[in-house]
Design a protein around this ligand. Structure first.
Ligand SMILES: C[S@@+](CC[C@H](N)C(=O)[O-])C[C@H]1O[C@@H](n2cnc3c(N)ncnc32)[C@H](O)[C@@H]1O
Length: 263
């Protein structure tokens, strides 16, 4: 309803003073409209101009997974602020997250200078998601993250490096999300459309984590579980989007053990 009203207002011819009033109060208007959108992340995405809804269809999935965090005092990091080399462009999704999570601190990192988007509860960092030292420093200075969203270069090697660096530092109970996994099939992003299980590609890597959920049931008893086996409790795949949940995956074997099955 609100979005429709704003869209029809945008279609109406406005006088020059009306236009200049709207432009000079744009930030305030968007923030007030954001309050009216409440917890509807799809509306907030459209209102803030990110492509996470009505271009991609990620916002509904985000709402489903992030809803339990909404009122909590969390730290959220998004890799990729948007707008590439233009220092003034981008920041749309950071403002959307700030509206959706009223008590959160939102961190954004980009390879380009995006410092113009620093606002209350939005902190801007600069650097590459492939720089492990920098990512560790960022996490330490923030005091850890509850949610990490990778919407950066979408180059498989970068995606895997960022995950391997930041997932162990993610707070217990946290969620790591990776967008635009279609690039996993595109050679120009280090992907491979023929060998879709190659662990050097984004999808090949995240698919390789799935068996680890059941590591305690493996029959090769000499295989020691690794960190990811023990600390991933679920992996959710959607069209071009993956969520990885962090938690304690050391329940041990199920009571339905193999020996009993063989009796
Ligand atoms: C798709 S845009 C992000 C859009 C934004 N998250 C949104 O939803 O509005 C991708 C951004 O990632 C940045 N980027 C590209 N390579 C990067 C890298 N290696 N490390 C960090 N950011 C990178 C680009 O400069 C660009 O601004």
């Amino acid at each position: 309803m609100l979005i429709e009203t704003l869209k029809s207002a945008a279609r109406t011819r406005l006088s020059t003073p009306q236009m200049s009033f709207l432009n000079s109060h744009r930030k305030t208007i968007v923030r007030l409209a954001g309050l009216l959108c409440g917890p509807d992340l799809c509306k907030l995405a459209v209102l803030n101009g990110t492509d996470k809804w009505a271009d991609h269809w990620y916002a509904a999935h985000y709402q489903l997974h992030f809803q339990p965090f909404r009122k909590r005092k969390i730290n959220l990091l998004e890799i990729g602020i948007g707008g590439y080399a233009d220092p003034k462009a981008g920041g749309d999704s950071l403002r959307m997250w700030r509206s959706y999570f009223p008590n959160a601190t939102i961190f954004g990192i980009d390879i380009y200078d995006k410092s113009s988007h620093e606002e209350s509860r939005i902190k801007i960092l600069r650097g590459s998601q492939a720089d492990q030292v920098l990512l560790r420093q960022v996490s330490e200075r923030a005091g850890g993250f509850d949610i990490v969203i990778d919407d950066g270069s979408h180059v498989s090697e970068h995606v895997v490096t960022s995950f391997q660096t930041l997932f162990p530092l993610l707070r217990r109970g946290g969620i790591y999300a990776v967008e635009d996994t279609q690039t996993s099939y595109w050679p120009e992003f280090g992907g491979d459309t023929h060998d879709r299980s190659d662990v050097r590609t984004t999808m090949g890597f995240f698919k390789s984590l799935v068996d680890g959920l059941n590591y305690s049931e493996f029959t090769d008893v000499d295989r020691a579980p690794n960190y990811l086996d023990q600390n991933i409790i679920s992996v959710h795949f959607y069209h071009n989007l993956v969520f990885i949940y962090k938690g304690d995956n050391r329940e041990g074997r199920s009571s339905f053990a193999r020996k009993e099955w063989q009796r």
